[in-house]
Design a protein around this ligand. Sequence first.
Ligand SMILES: Cc1cc2nc3c(=O)[nH]c(=O)nc-3n(C[C@H](O)[C@H](O)[C@H](O)COP(=O)(O)OP(=O)(O)OC[C@H]3O[C@@H](n4cnc5c(N)ncnc54)[C@H](O)[C@@H]3O)c2cc1C
Length: 459
Amino acid sequence: MNDNEKSTEKGNSKSPNKISRRQALKYIGYGTGGILVAGTAGFYGYRKSFQISSAEAAQVRKAKIVVAGGSIGGLTVAARILRAVPGADITIIEPKTVHHYQPGYTLVAAGVYEPEDVQFDQASLFLPGMKWVKDYVEAFEPNHNRVVTRSGDHISYDYLVVGLGVETNLDSVENLREALDTNHAANVYNLESGIKYKKLANEFQGGNAVFTFPPGYVKCGGAPQKITWLSEDLWRMQGKRDAINVSFYSNQSTLFPVVPVIDDIIKPMIEDRGIKNFYNQTLKAIDVSGRVAIFEERMPDGSTREIRQQYDLLHPMPTFRTPKPLRDGPLTREGIGGQLSVDRHTLQHTAYANIFGVGDNSATGAPKTAATIRKQAPVVAGNIIDSILGFEPSNKYDGTSGCPLLTRYGRCMMFEFDFDGNLVNEWIYQSTKETRLWWNFKVHGLKRLYRHAMMNGYV
Ligand SMILES: Cc1cc2nc3c(=O)[nH]c(=O)nc-3n(C[C@H](O)[C@H](O)[C@H](O)COP(=O)(O)OP(=O)(O)OC[C@H]3O[C@@H](n4cnc5c(N)ncnc54)[C@H](O)[C@@H]3O)c2cc1C
């Protein structure tokens, strides 16, 4: 635990000799997480491509590997390669100097983390040997094996990893920008807005609280639900619940479609708490002065109708898109919403064999989460090593992802699932139960897994 976290985590025991119940649970959380991480790293058998001879390592060192995007996806792949082949030639193109731990945004908005808990100096994330180009990728030129940066440099590569993530498209809902400027709307998808949300939720005295879920691919599809459920719990604890109507308007046809077993359990649980769920609803526009969210509802016969919902507090969700050089460039194709066109198992580009994708920007159909990246990064690293050595990519991403579903303060359901939405390793997670253990692991363990284990190339 670093000093920063010590000062901001709530409820630390002051006694140096006593261990509180809360701390004990926390340590159990670390232990369970450690066993889990070690266990699942073993299960997936990614080591194959990393067991190479010194002559092969020398061959890998000759290849110039460029990584576009220096976040959890790009950096975990780079770290994996460097662990396997110290001295590998890796350049990371990343414009930002402060890295954000985005999975912590929901906890900032919920008042569990402080804003500084989710920020890291970008320079501190690079392993020795990684070269940093502090610039934006402006264009991909795959036929010339190079990228062009915003400042006009041409950076050539033998192998390219694309990890640019996805961004919210604030123009996808009419008047969304204006609504987010008022004291009645905020969302957890950027840090500033998450900080604002915490204040608005805490000061909210009563009326209609309206949460939405957008169409298309969504970064961490659980986050809009999590903030809804935590807010409801907050207002209950503050004694204001009776004065607040909580509604969740989703574009999807059920609450958590990605994992049907969890959906079946969670729906009645949430409805019992008096949260009203409305499905097949797309947020189209906001009447800012009248404080009305305007939805288009898909009817069973295929027609649509307009639904207008007055709000006093709105958590609006726009759609997502990939960054411009990807969505407007040669690495995507028709029908995948501007995402990187990859084979969903090898994560190799469908047209350019020396390009691989990791994380949110790739069209794999897997959830866009850091948990997905934990399973994808070793595949990409291994397949790049395979390719450099002249082999076909031998590592396959099996579609596994995970989700810590924060159902209320102090409670979390944790589960892993595959491409088809079936639970994986359920015996470890006890996935269908809300537990304090997994809450502690989410709050105290997962950030360390992300920052120290993944970014250092260990899991
Ligand atoms: C509110 C919220 C809650 C979440 N909760 C969870 C959770 O509980 N569990 C979980 O596993 N995941 C969660 N996630 C998702 C997780 O944060 C993302 O899946 C993860 O950050 C994706 O990593 P990435 O490397 O693919 O992309 P990103 O982390 O988005 O990084 C993309 C990088 O590319 C850089 N970049 C962008 N454009 C360019 C360019 N033109 N040139 C060069 N660089 C560029 C950016 O600066 C950035 O550093 C959550 C996300 C949010 C927002």
